[in-house]
Design a protein around this ligand. Structure first.
Ligand code: ZN
Length: 450
C-alpha cells in the first residue's frame, strides 16, 4: 500500500511537470519573437503575438494588433557593410488596417527605425502580399530593420501578420552614370483647405511649358557632365502623364508641395523598374502658396526622397513668357538652373548621409558667391560640385566619390548573398536552446530588478 501511493505521487508530479512545461511551451510559442525586439509608440495599444492559425509558411506568423491608432514594430539589429545595397522582403497579410489621417505614407510595411527609409504599405484587408524593401547602408555599420504597423508619418489601427522574412546584400552600382526620370504632369486638380472653405485649383501645362522642360532637361544633362568636369554622366527619360496631381502635402517651411507619396500611382511603376536614381516632377501649382506667404513661393523644391530615390519638384510658371526655363542670350543662358539646384540638394543630402563634410547648398553668399545676370549661381554650383570653394582652411564642396553613390535598386541584386537574420529555429533542439537562453535572460533581469 505504502509503495503504491508512492508511485501514484510520482505519476501525479510527472503529470504536473508535463502540464507546467506544456503551458510554458504554449506561452513561449505564442509570445516568442526570437531575436526580434518589440516596440510601440504608445504603450498598451498593441498586442504582439505569434499566430498558429493565420500563417503563411511552416512557422507561426508574427502578429501585430493595434487596438487603437498606434505605431508598433518588431525589429532586429542587422550588421551591415557601408555603401552596400540591401534587399529585405517578407509577406504581409492585413485586416482592417487604417491610418489615422488621410493620404499618409503609413500601413503595414518594412522600415529602418528612426529613418524615413521604408517599403510600400499594405492597408485595408488583404491576403498574403509579398513586400520588398531596398536600402543602401550608406555609412552605417548596423541598422534596425523593422516590420511595422503604423509609420513615421502616421499611426494605424487594425491587425497585420508578417511571415517569410529574408535579407540579402547585393553589389551597389558604382558607375558615375545617373538615370533621371522627368515626369510632366499635364494636369493639377487639387482641393485644399483655405480656412474652413475647401478651395479647388485646376491647372494644365501648355505646349510651351513642355518644350521648356524638354529643353531644360537636355541642357541639364550636358551641364552636369561639363560642370562636374566629367565626374558624372546623365541619362534621362521624359514621360508625360494626363493623370492629375490630386493631392499635395503641406509643411510650415515650404507651404504646399508634392511628395513622392502624393503621386505614387504614377511613379511607383517607374520605381519598380529599378532603373532610376533621381526623379523630377514638373507641374503648375499656380498661386497656391503665393496667397499665404511670398517666402514660400518656390520654383523648385528638393532634398526629398521617395523609396530611396532622390525626388524634386519643378514648378512651372504661370506666364508662358517667363524666362526661368528659357534660353535667351540676353536674359538667361542657364535655363537648367532649377534642375541643377534641386538635384544638387540630393547630392548635398547624400554627402551628409554618407558622413562627409560639405557646405550647405544655400550658403553661397557666405562664401562670396552672388546671383549673377544670365548665369544665376552657375559659378557657385560648379565650385560646389568640384570641391573648389576657397576658404581660409583650404577648399570645400562635394566629395568626388559622391557621384558614384546611388540608390539601391533591383539591378544591384543580379548576384546576391543571403544574410543569416530573422531566422526561425531549425529544429526542436535549437528551439529548446533558445527557450533556455530566454529564460536565463528573464531570470537575470529579475535578479537585476531586485
Ligand atoms: Zn534650394
Amino acid at each position: 500500500m505504502q509503495k503504491k501511493s508512492h508511485i501514484v505521487k510520482h505519476i501525479i508530479s510527472i503529470i504536473f511537470i508535463i502540464i507546467v512545461l506544456s503551458v510554458f511551451y504554449h506561452f513561449y510559442q505564442k509570445y516568442n519573437y526570437n531575436d526580434f525586439v518589440k516596440a510601440q509608440y504608445t504603450l498598451g495599444l498593441t498586442n504582439f503575438e505569434r499566430d498558429s492559425q493565420v500563417k503563411c509558411g511552416e512557422a507561426n506568423s508574427y502578429k501585430i494588433e493595434n487596438t487603437d491608432y498606434n505605431d508598433a514594430m518588431f525589429y532586429e539589429t542587422v550588421q551591415v557593410t557601408p555603401n552596400t545595397a540591401y534587399r529585405v522582403s517578407c509577406k504581409i497579410k492585413t485586416e482592417n488596417v487604417q491610418s489615422q489621417h488621410e493620404n499618409t505614407d503609413s500601413g503595414a510595411h518594412i522600415s529602418i527605425s528612426d529613418t524615413l527609409e521604408k517599403s510600400d504599405n499594405v492597408v485595408g484587408t488583404t491576403d498574403w502580399t509579398q513586400v520588398t524593401f531596398y536600402f543602401n547602408s550608406k555609412n552605417r555599420t548596423e541598422v534596425n530593420v523593422g516590420f511595422r504597423l503604423g509609420g513615421y508619418e502616421d499611426s494605424c489601427i487594425g491587425t497585420a501578420w508578417f511571415s517569410d522574412f529574408t535579407i540579402e546584400s547585393g553589389i551597389a552600382d558604382e558607375s558615375n552614370t545617373w538615370n533621371f526620370l522627368c515626369v510632366l504632369f499635364d494636369n493639377v486638380d487639387v482641393t485644399f483647405e483655405e480656412g474652413s472653405t475647401p478651395k479647388n485649383i485646376k491647372l494644365q501645362l501648355t505646349q510651351i511649358h513642355k518644350d521648356d522642360v524638354t529643353n531644360s532637361m537636355r541642357s541639364f544633362a550636358s551641364s552636369m557632365q561639363e560642370m562636374s568636369l566629367g565626374k558624372m554622366k546623365v541619362n534621362y527619360d521624359i514621360v508625360e502623364t494626363t493623370t492629375p496631381i490630386t493631392k499635395m502635402s503641406y509643411d510650415e517651411e515650404n507651404g504646399y508641395y508634392v511628395s513622392g507619396y502624393n503621386v505614387k500611382e504614377v511613379i511607383d511603376p517607374y520605381i519598380k523598374q529599378g532603373k532610376y536614381d533621381h526623379i523630377f516632377i514638373a507641374f503648375r501649382s499656380g498661386d497656391i502658396n503665393q496667397e499665404k506667404n511670398l517666402a514660400k513661393d518656390w520654383i523648385g523644391l528638393g532634398y526629398m526622397e521617395y523609396r530611396g530615390v532622390g525626388f524634386s519638384n519643378i514648378r512651372l510658371p504661370e506666364d508662358d513668357y517667363d524666362y526661368t526655363y528659357k534660353y535667351d542670350s540676353r536674359i538667361n543662358t542657364f535655363p537648367e538652373e532649377v534642375f541643377v539646384h534641386e538635384f544638387l540638394h540630393t547630392l548635398e543630402r547624400n554627402a551628409e548621409e554618407y558622413g562627409y563634410e560639405r557646405p550647405e547648398l544655400h550658403d553661397n553668399e557666405k562664401y562670396g558667391y552672388q546671383n549673377m545676370q544670365l548665369i544665376g549661381l552657375k559659378n557657385w554650383y560648379q565650385d560646389y560640385m568640384n570641391h573648389t570653394i576657397k576658404t581660409q582652411n583650404g577648399t570645400i564642396g562635394l566629395p568626388s566619390e559622391i557621384y558614384t553613390k546611388k540608390p539601391a535598386k533591383t539591378s544591384d541584386f543580379s548576384f546576391s548573398h543571403k544574410l543569416n537574420y530573422f531566422k526561425e529555429p531549425d529544429n526542436i533542439i535549437e528551439e529548446l536552446h533558445n527557450m533556455v537562453e530566454k529564460v536565463k535572460i528573464l531570470f537575470e533581469q529579475i535578479g537585476q530588478n531586485n
